[in-house]
Ligand binder design. Structure first.
Ligand code: SF4
Length: 420
């Protein structure tokens, strides 16, 4: 049974964990086996434990919210006078198992403040997931944060028991990271990331020789950047992401709109709300890099270093490049199909498959899932050659497509007041 003391710790430590968005249980499918406890589903969603005890998918919790570091953007920094708590390894193992057996959760997202030093903390975290896997034969999903500065040995051990590991960059540029988190630098983040990548590669090679070799972080790694706490442009942020995605094990970069949890800190911008529209646009741009064959340099450049908050990045790119349009849906290649606003990856593939049987018209394109409201300004097909971005002007097409958003929302996103 879970006692009241443990529930109190859980309330404190799940509350302290809620600002980390870099957890998602997607990517792993594992059926339950005889003698084991649990399974992991491939399409998983990430929820954290809520105070009212609602059934959650992932227990998102810290081992402890004590921390020897003093990161300006963090609620758990050492200079904050907040309620502190720490689980013992045994307590957290038992709690996870209890919740799992009761069907409250499908997995565990484990993070921690730093106690004593990175390795001391990491060693305790590894003990939690190792005990779950080896002693209790827990087969559910585990996402563990790797502590910045942790040693290779501990990262390698964690990789044997966690489905996914993540090391958060937090602040995109090293200069600003050191300004807000003096105890951290980019090396302490990128080095464990490299260990994870190397572990994935090495274990993959070993598994080619013997299937009995364990998988190493089968769901890869992820990271998180805080958006809007510092003055990096979206171009800076996407450049960092594009470099990270060069590592095959990097599955997701999460963009977390800055939440002013320490409003008295003058190093931080005075904003009233997290920049959610900007965050959303960054996710869209990230999607373009991962699935639409866009490079970060195409999405943004020195003339346009920030994403347009009024329109999505793909439409923004198309309006800046009318010379590519209109494309003929019936002859253009896959790469160009993907660039047409209103055509997604699935529709582009269906268009390629369908046009082997004849020329496509607007009726068929709608059936395939193309959003003609947007696509019609950038394409021609068998029965459509209407107004387009080239025969008209990008400004006029933009005025037809842009959604009327209340100015107050958009302007709040942009008016960051940096104290420097
Ligand atoms: S190291 Fe992590 S927990 Fe500690 S203050 Fe920094 S962000 Fe917060």
């Amino acid at each position: 049974m879970v006692n009241e003391n443990l529930i109190n710790k859980l309330a404190t430590l799940s509350e302290s964990a809620k600002y980390d968005v870099s957890c998602s249980s997607s990517g792993v499918t594992r059926k339950s086996k005889s003698g084991d406890i649990g399974s992991a589903s491939g399409w998983g969603i990430c929820h954290s434990y809520t105070e009212d005890g609602r059934c959650v998918s992932l227990l998102k919790v810290l081992l402890t919210n004590y921390c020897i570091y003093d990161c300006a953007y963090c609620i758990n920094r050492k200079s904050n006078d907040i309620k502190r708590a720490a689980f013992s390894v045994k307590e957290l193992v038992n709690l996870t198992l209890e919740f799992y057996k009761r069907n409250y959760i499908e997995g565990l997202f484990l993070s921690s403040g730093i106690i004593k030093n990175p390795d001391h903390t990491m060693e305790r975290m590894v003990r939690v997931i190792k005990e779950l896997r080896t002693i209790h034969r827990y087969n559910g999903y585990i996402h563990m944060k790797s502590i910045p500065g942790a040693s290779k040995e501990l990262v390698y051990q964690a990789g044997l028991y966690a489905d996914r590991l993540s090391v958060n960059i937090e602040i995109p540029s090293e200069k600003n990271l050191k300004y807000l988190a003096p105890e951290k630098d980019h090396a302490s983040v990128f080095t464990p990331m490299k260990y994870i990548q190397n572990g994935v590669t090495e274990y993959k090679e070993e598994r080619k020789k013997s299937k009995s070799v364990s998988k190493f972080t089968p769901a890869g790694q992820s990271t998180q950047m805080i958006i809007g706490a510092t003055n990096e442009t979206d171009q800076d942020i996407l450049r960092v992401s594009s470099v990270l995605y060069l590592q095959s094990s990097m599955r997701r970069v999460y963009y977390s709109g800055f939440i002013p949890v320490n409003p008295g800190d003058t190093r931080l911008p005075a904003i009233r709300q997290a920049p959610l529209v900007r965050e959303n646009r960054l996710y869209q741009a990230d999607w373009l890099m991962r699935f639409y064959q866009f490079s970060s340099e195409e999405i943004l450049d020195d003339v346009n270093p920030n994403l347009d908050l009024e329109i999505d990045p793909k439409l923004s790119w198309a309006l800046r490049h009318p010379e590519y349009f209109p494309v003929d849906i019936n002859i253009c290649d896959y790469h160009l199909l993907l660039r047409v606003p209103g055509i997604g990856v699935k529709s582009a593939k269906l268009i390629l498959a369908s046009r082997r049987f004849g020329l496509l018209d607007t009726y068929q394109l709608k059936k395939i899932g193309v959003s003609m409201k947007r696509a019609k300004f950038f394409m021609v097909c068998r029965d459509y050659r209407g107004l387009n971005v080239n025969s008209s002007s990008p400004e006029y097409i933009r005025s037809l497509l842009v959604k009327k958003t209340p100015r107050s929302v958009a302007s709040n996103q942009m008016s960051l007041l940096f104290s420097e």
